[in-house]
Design a protein around this ligand. Structure first.
Ligand SMILES: [Zn+2]
Length: 211
């Protein structure tokens, strides 16, 4: 993939994810490997609907040196670089603040995958990576050390998710399946514990959103 194609694909995907509510405003960001040395990443705190291919930053994978792009690269560039380096089979890394999977990160536990498609495309169980503030190398390290060849999604405590894929399309499928699995988890949990306020409020929020 050439640099221009990568930048255009990143813009297109960011708008599609924002349309589906997975980025929660300016939250979330995404990265696409261009070649062995470089990756394209969304700029920091940008309006995805106003963003053009020229705004997409190009960084070196090994040291995050900025090679192109007018804006300041996403604060999670180090997280994406770490994930892409740990997974040479993955071209894309998407960080979301998707509503229900993010609510799940308030719980300190892994999320098991039940559906056949989720198990095949994500893995058996999505781990909960330890908390660290956004944009820190500490957070990149907490996620990076959990990255495995047979797992395409990672939850970050009190924050959101990182979804990996061989392509941007695959990473977006992982985002969608992860959200479905988180919704299904809350539904099962609420059925088992009808008085649990977090479970109930998460699902109420979801229903309002769908209305
Ligand atoms: Zn974030």
């Amino acid at each position: 993939m050439n640099e221009r194609e990568a930048r255009e694909a990143v813009v297109r995907t960011a708008v599609a994810l924002a349309d589906q509510g997975y980025l929660a405003g300016v939250g979330g960001n995404l990265a696409l490997r261009i070649d062995a040395e470089r990756f394209a990443v969304t700029p920091s705190a940008s309006d995805y609907y106003a963003m053009t291919a020229d705004d997409i930053c190009v960084l070196r994978l090994d040291n995050l040196e900025q090679l192109a792009g007018g804006g300041k690269p996403s604060v999670e560039s180090g997280l994406h670089a770490r994930a892409l380096q740990a997974r040479p089979d993955c071209m894309a890394s998407v960080h979301t603040h998707q509503p229900v999977a993010s609510a799940f990160t308030l719980l300190d536990r892994p999320l098991p995958m039940h559906g056949a498609e989720a198990r095949r495309l994500i893995g058996a169980e999505v781990p909960m990576c330890a908390y660290a503030p956004s944009g820190t190398s500490w957070l990149a390290s907490n996620v990076g050390k959990r990255v495995r060849a047979d797992l395409n999604a990672y939850l970050m405590r009190n924050h959101g998710a990182v979804c990996l894929g061989a392509t941007l399309e695959d990473a977006c499928t992982v985002v969608r399946l992860l959200e479905q699995e988180a919704i299904a988890w809350f539904r099962r949990a609420l059925a088992a514990q009808p008085d649990n306020r977090l479970y109930r409020q998460t699902l109420e929020f979801l229903e309002e959103d769908l209305r």
